[in-house]
Design a protein around this ligand. Structure first.
Ligand code: SAH
Length: 208
């Protein structure tokens, strides 16, 4: 398979359908070799626009979701970003293409997935800060963040994540117990405003 051609075809489709709008998001999706993040037996499907299993009951998000979330964050180079749910590391790598790997912080609950993501990201040259733990507590040592996003769904937005976002920053993630909605949150003094984007289905945040 010519992976570069397949990837460019996929991104062409995402741009044509309006799923991806920002040029920096488009460039990031063209740059990251998604096939390197999925299990070998899934590589043939790496450039289809759908989630794929990555082991340990988890999935890599569909490319249109990664692109949409990145558009919603409206990042600039050098912005400091916190990701909750590293998984295979793909989404973090796409974010790193926009802000620079040294500005990406990612927390993964599952130690095995974290270890595999660490090796893979290092192999590909993405020097992202990774940590094993419960992302709902955030990463206070590196706060405040310009942007925070979640790739697993809690019932409600964790307060610590909003507190660790700078005042004009944003939090993007899926929230809800049975039905989830992808939302963009804007911190306000003492709370946040919530913008509902689209119904989605992500893996639930652990522990439930
Ligand atoms: N961004 C990932 C998507 C992984 S799926 C990728 O590109 O592959 C969501 C991930 O969130 C899973 O790996 C899951 O283990 C992780 N997760 C679930 N609950 C979590 C929590 N409380 N803190 C951090 N990560 C969590």
């Amino acid at each position: 398979m010519d992976t570069t051609a397949a990837r460019n075809r996929l991104v062409d489709d995402l741009v044509a359908s309006g799923a991806v709008e920002r040029p920096t998001t488009e460039a990031a999706l063209r740059a990251v070799p998604r096939h390197r993040f999925v299990p070998t037996e899934r590589r043939a499907a790496a450039y289809e626009d759908r989630p794929l299993p990555i082991g340990n009951d988890q999935t890599i998000s569909a490319p249109h979701i990664v692109g949409r979330m990145l558009d919603l964050l409206a990042l600039e180079p050098g912005d400091r970003v916190l990701e909750i749910g590293t998984g295979c590391g793909y989404h973090a790598a796409v974010t790193a293409e926009v802000v620079g790997a040294e500005h990406v912080y990612s927390i993964e609950y599952d130690p095995e997935l974290a270890e595999r993501a660490r090796d893979r990201l290092a192999d590909l040259g993405y020097d992202i800060h990774l940590r094993v733990g419960d992302g709902r507590m955030g990463w206070p040592e590196h706060a405040p963040f310009d942007a925070v996003y979640l790739t697993c769904a809690p019932a409600d937005p964790p307060g610590a994540l909003i507190e660790q976002t700078r005042p004009a920053g944003v939090v993007v993630g899926p929230f809800g117990r049975n039905q989830q909605v992808l939302c963009r949150l804007h911190p306000t003094p003492g709370g946040h405003e919530r913008e509902e984007i689209v119904p989605v289905r992500f893996v639930p945040m652990r522990p439930r």
